[in-house]
Each structure stands twice: as structure tokens, then as C-alpha cells.
Design a protein around this ligand. Structure first.
Ligand code: G6P
Length: 611
């Protein structure tokens, strides 16, 4: 995990690096550090354990002047969070920051110690600094020294390196961890992710695995590990910097919850063909023939994206009649499961960088499956390795707990299923037309739910803030939403929560119910309604505190519930897009009342590029 950033230009580098790190803090936040080329004094570093503000105070006490520098925010993998383990790591004239994991670190450590290197930290990263330093000591340029060192590494890395001997450049390289370089006027940048650079430049180049870039003030030179030059034009990123700011909200998560109508509008734009009662498929990147010949769909994802993927199974089977399975990418990879030609693998990932999803999709592709990515971060690793990409356009998501990216994933998956169903003649134009119309209204409907339920949900959160366990129940499309509601609560408020398929409650979880346990029942008027209502009554009969999320005007649900959260009546396929909204708000308010760190919950990171 971790976030890295680098700057070379004519402005003081420290404020730019700190600002970049602030925008990358979602990638990890147990320590942070900077290395700056200080004119006349060589490279100086400052590091601090804990959140970025600790590094900021260290810099206030001992500022760093200089216009070339690198920075890092860490999520510990090797070595506990401590100042000595914090990046940048230094070896002789070299300072280095790293995101990723070096797998052959034990062997490298033994070898380097055998050569007399004094290794100060427990990290795998410091070893890379020593490897580069040994190459530099043989008289190599920094660029060649980095190449030489990389040849010895196994594992994942994105690195940025400074050398006191070449103060006018930064050398960066990547393999399996993300790295983007940015081009400004007389200045160059690098970072793990786009938002870090948005206030400074929109012109960015995504480095590919096995590439090295040399950043100077007025040029960036990219080459492959073997030295072959690479020509790649920058891409203009149209995310605005304000999209990565809190815009008056107390937390990014709350802002992102309320941004969902706008994010949905951006995601739907240009994709709904209301006239033809269909989905415009050009952005999906698959042919009509692909749609007709697919034998099976395999959805791969982790975390919240896995919950979105689960809805794909319901939609794709119901609307397109294609057998569909959903797999946790971490369980799929390395299992040698049966997948191959004729299978369409859909890799769902907000960041496009989750290592388990990336590796699982690569394995499936190697066995002959076609891969379609549903991702939010443009140009990220999963889209790059996929045969086709259907982007969500939610804009940058900063809160660790995913919200707007989840709902836009739901929309993309539904649009894909409609597109597939139309091409396979399993979905009538009338039915597709009704869904397309409901999707077109969705941003407004979501806005109504958010404004209409906010106060009620905040009150419920205050009432149940001390509950130690919360159960979420749902059937059919509401089952993944029950899982997602429970995950949101666990992630940010640290309350034990379980999501269950409502029909499974009597096989175990019902034993947990008593008058202290709030049970959140998802009972929209869908094809499971009657059975869901029975489950709700079963919970109530065990004295649970029942909070129902139901369709507007549902008097039966009102009668059996302690509290009722109403959402508008929409076609069944769209209910998850509405019922999840009050659950996101509930998790948010419980966490806020508890005073937890909502945007950066303990032990979590937004982009998980480790196993
Ligand atoms: C982490 C994040 C989750 C996210 C999951 C998958 O655990 O905290 O919010 O759902 O990774 O990430 P992806 O980027 O692949 O959707």
C-alpha cells in the first residue's frame, strides 16, 4: 500500500509534497516522511510516526528548503510503524520512497549484510536503497543504478529515488504498484494516484510495469528496463481539484454520500439510449458477437466491489440468461479454478489496483477468458490489462469506506446486463425501456432519498449508537446490500455487524437476537417481499429493535417495525441503488457520534496493493 509523491521545479518542494501526501493519505497513514535536496547541504529527511500532521509539526520545527524532493505516507507491511521504518530510506547518497512489497527481501538482506551494508530498519524498502547505492558506488549514473537494482528485485514496487550526486533529477520506476507522472510548466511530478497532482497539473502519463522515468524540470524521459525509449503522450485528466476537496462537509465520506446523484449522472451520461430502449454499448468495448457467444460470466472483486459484483449475478442471470458466478478475487486467485475460453470475466474494482483482483483477472485471461474491467480510476492497472473497460465516472473517492463508487458500480453492472440481455434477445424492448427510463430518473430519485432520510437516519444512529451488534437482513438483490450495510458499519464505527440472507436467519443468526440488537431489514416491494416480511416478523417476535427500509407507503412494514425508512417505488432492479443510501448514512452517523476517524478508519487503507 502506501502513497508516494515527487516534485522537481522551481517552487519550494515541501509544501507541494505535503499537499500531495494529504491527498494520498487514504493509501495509508501510520507514518510519513520527506526527502529534499537542500542546496549546499545534500539530501535531508524528516519523518514522523502517525498522521501527516506529525510530519507537518516536525517540518515546522526543522523546515526543509529546496525545490526537488520526494515524499511518502505509509501503511506498514514489513516492520511496525516507527520513525526508523518510515520512508524515505537512505543509503549513502541515495534516498528512496517505495510502495509495494519486495518478495525476496530475506535473501537480499542476507546478501547486503554479507557485503557490509548497515541496515537500519526492518523494511524491505531500505534494501532497495542499498542495492542502488552499491551500483552508484561502481560509478553508474542514478538511472543505470536504478535499473541495475531493479533487476535483482522480485515483487511489487513503485519507487522514487534521489541521489546527492545528481540533484537535478528524480528517477522513478514501477512494477505492479501504480505510478503516474505529471507534466507542468518547468516542473515535473510523480505520485501513486491522480488526486495528489490535480492542483498542479492535469497532464499525466501512466507508467506501465517495467518502465523507468527520469524526471527533470522541463522534461520527462521514459524507457523500459532494458533501456529502450518509450514515447507516450500525456493524457488530460478532467477531474477538477475541487472534486478532491471536502467542499464544506465534515468528512469526505459525507461529501461523497451526497455527491452520489451527481456521480450517477456522470456515470449514466451518454449511455442510456432512451429512443432505442437500450444501452449504448460502444463504451463497453465488447462486440454484439461477444455478447451472443458468451457462455458464462465470472465476476471477480474484493470488499465493497464484491458486494456490487454480487448484484451482477442476479441481473445477468435474470436479464440475459447467462450462467453467472461471483468470486472473491482473493479466493479465486491461485486456486486453479475452471475458467477459460467462452467465459467473460468482469473484474470490478474502484481503484483498478487491488492486487488480488488484478492477479485473479490476469490468471483468468491467461487461461483464455475475456476480461472486462469495471473501474473508476482511469488508466489504472486492471483496465490496462483488460480486453475492455466500462468505467464508472464517480470522480475521485477519498473516504476509505466506498460509497459513490459502489452505487456507480451497481449502475454499470445493471447497464451491462441490460445491454447483454438486449443482444441475446432475452430482454424485451419494453422491459429494457422501463429500466432505462428509471435509470434516467435515478439521480433525482437518489437525491430525494438522501435529503428525505438524512434526519431520520441521524436520529436512529444516535438512538442506537451504543448497540454492540447490528444485524442486516435482505433477500435477492437486497442480500448484497445487507452485506454492504454491515461492512460500512464495521469499517468506520468498529461496531460488530453481520449481513445475512434473510432466509438464512433461522439457521443461526436468530439466536443472536434480543431486545438490545437492532435488526435492519431490507423489505422493498420486490419479488421476495412476502417472505422478507415474514422474516421481519420473526425478528420482531424475538424482541429485536426492527428498522425497516421499505417502499413508500408500505403499511404492513410500518406495523411490524419500530422504525421505517421509506424509499420510492422503482423497478426491482434499481432498489439496491436506493436502499443502500440510508445504510451508508447510518454507518456514517454512528461513526461520527462515536468520534472515530471516519475517513481514515484504523487498520484500513483505500487501495490494497498487498496480498
Ligand atoms: C479496500 C477498501 C474498500 C474496497 C476494497 C476493494 O478494502 O477499503 O473500500 O471496497 O479495497 O477495492 P477496489 O479498489 O478493488 O474496489
Amino acid at each position: 500500500m502506501c502513497g508516494i509523491v515527487g516534485y522537481i521545479g522551481s517552487q519550494p518542494s515541501a509544501p507541494i509534497l505535503l499537499d500531495g501526501l494529504r491527498r494520498l493519505e487514504y493509501r495509508g497513514y501510520d507514518s510519513a516522511g520527506l526527502a529534499v535536496q537542500v542546496p549546499g547541504a545534500g539530501i535531508e529527511i524528516r519523518r514522523a510516526v502517525g498522521k501527516l500532521r506529525n510530519l507537518e509539526s516536525a517540518l515546522r520545527e526543522r523546515p526543509l528548503d529546496g525545490s526537488v524532493g520526494i515524499g511518502h505516507t505509509r501503511w506498514a507491511t514489513h516492520g511496525r510503524p516507527s520513525e526508523v521504518n518510515a520512508h524515505p530510506h537512505v543509503a549513502g547518497p541515495i534516498a528512496l520512497v517505495h510502495n509495494g512489497i519486495i518478495e525476496n527481501h530475506l535473501e537480499l538482506r542476507r546478501r547486503l549484510e554479507g557485503r557490509g551494508c548497515a541496515i537500519a530498519s526492518d523494511t524491505d524498502t531500505e534494501l532497495v536503497a542499498h542495492l542502488i547505492q552499491l551500483e552508484v558506488a561502481q560509478g553508474k549514473s542514478l538511472e543505470d543504478a536504478v535499473r541495475g537494482a531493479l533487476a535483482e528485485l522480485q515483487g511489487a514496487y513503485a519507487i522514487a529515488v534521489l541521489s546527492e550526486k545528481e540533484p537535478e533529477r528524480i528517477v522513478v520506476a514501477k512494477h505492479s504498484s501504480p505510478l503516474v507522472v505529471g507534466l507542468g510548466e518547468g516542473e515535473s511530478f510523480c505520485a501513486s494516484d491522480i488526486p495528489a497532482l490535480l492542483p498542479y497539473t492535469r497532464d499525466m502519463i501512466f507508467l506501465e510495469d517495467g518502465e523507468v522515468a527520469v524526471l527533470e524540470r522541463d522534461r520527462i524521459r521514459i524507457s523500459k528496463l532494458d533501456g529502450t525509449a518509450v514515447e507516450r503522450a500525456p493524457r488530460r485528466i478532467d477531474w477538477s481539484p475541487v472534486m478532491a476537496e471536502k467542499a464544506g462537509y465534515k468528512h469526505f465520506m459525507l461529501k461523497e454520500i451526497f455527491e452520489q446523484p451527481r456521480a450517477m449522472e456522470d456515470t449514466l451520461r451518454g449511455r442510456l439510449d432512451r429512443e432505442a430502449r437500450d444501452i449504448h454499448g460502444h463504451e463497453i468495448g465488447l462486440s454484439d458477437d461477444d455478447a451472443r457467444t458468451v457462455r458464462r460470466v465470472v465476476l471477480l472483486a474484493c470488499g465493497t466491489s464484491h458486494h456490487a459484483a454480487m448484484t451482477g449475478r442476479y441481473h445477468i442471470e435474470a436479464l440475459a440468461r447467462v450462467p453467472t458466478v461471483v468470486e472473491l478475487a482473493s479466493e479465486f486467485r491461485g486456486r486453479d479454478g475452471v475458467v477459460g475460453e467462452g467465459d467473460l470475466v468482469i473484474a470490478v474494482s474502484q481503484s483498478g489496483e487491488t492486487l488480488d483482483t488484478l492477479v485473479a483477472a490476469k490468471e483468468a485471461k491467461a487461461k483464455g477468458a475475456k476480461v472486462l474491467a469495471i473501474a473508476n480510476v482511469i488508466g489504472s492497472a486492471i483496465p490496462r490489462m483488460s480486453d475492455a473497460v466500462f468505467y464508472t465516472h464517480a470522480g475521485p473517492e477519498i473516504g476509505v469506506a466506498s460509497t459513490k463508487c459502489f452505487t456507480t458500480q451497481l449502475a454499470n453492472i445493471l447497464m451491462f446486463a441490460i445491454w447483454l440481455g438486449r443482444r441475446r434477445d432475452t430482454l424485451s424492448a419494453d422491459r429494457a425501456g422501463a429500466l432505462v427510463e428509471a435509470l434516467a430518473r435515478l439521480p433525482h430519485t437518489m437525491q430525494d432519498v438522501l435529503t428525505g432520510t438524512r434526519q431520520l437516519v441521524a436520529n436512529l444512529a444516535r438512538r442506537y449508537v451504543d448497540a454492540r451488534d447490528v444485524l442486516y437482513l435482505g433477500r435477492g438483490l437486497s442480500f448484497p446490500i445487507a452485506l454492504e450495510g454491515a461492512l460500512k458499519l464495521k469499517e468506520i464505527s468498529y461496531v460488530h455487524a453481520e449481513g445475512y440472507a434473510a432466509g438464512e436467519m433461522k439457521h443461526g443468526p436468530i439466536a443472536l437476537i434480543d431486545s438490545h440488537v437492532p435488526v435492519i431489514c431490507l423489505v422493498p416491494r420486490d419479488s421476495h417481499y412476502d417472505r422478507s416480511l415474514s422474516n421481519l416478523q420473526e425478528a420482531k417476535a424475538r424482541e429485536a429493535r426492527v428498522i425497516s427500509v421499505a417502499t413508500e407507503g408500505d403499511e404492513a412494514a410500518r406495523t411490524f417495525s419500530d422504525d421505517l425508512i421509506e424509499v420510492p417505488d422503482v423497478p426491482e432492479e434499481l432498489t439496491p441503488l436506493l436502499t443502500v443510501l440510508p445504510l451508508q448514512l447510518y454507518a456514517y452517523y454512528v461513526a461520527d457520534y462515536k468520534g472515530t476517524d471516519v475517513d481514515q478508519p484504523r487498520n484500513l487503507a483505500k487501495t490494497v496493493t498487498v496480498e
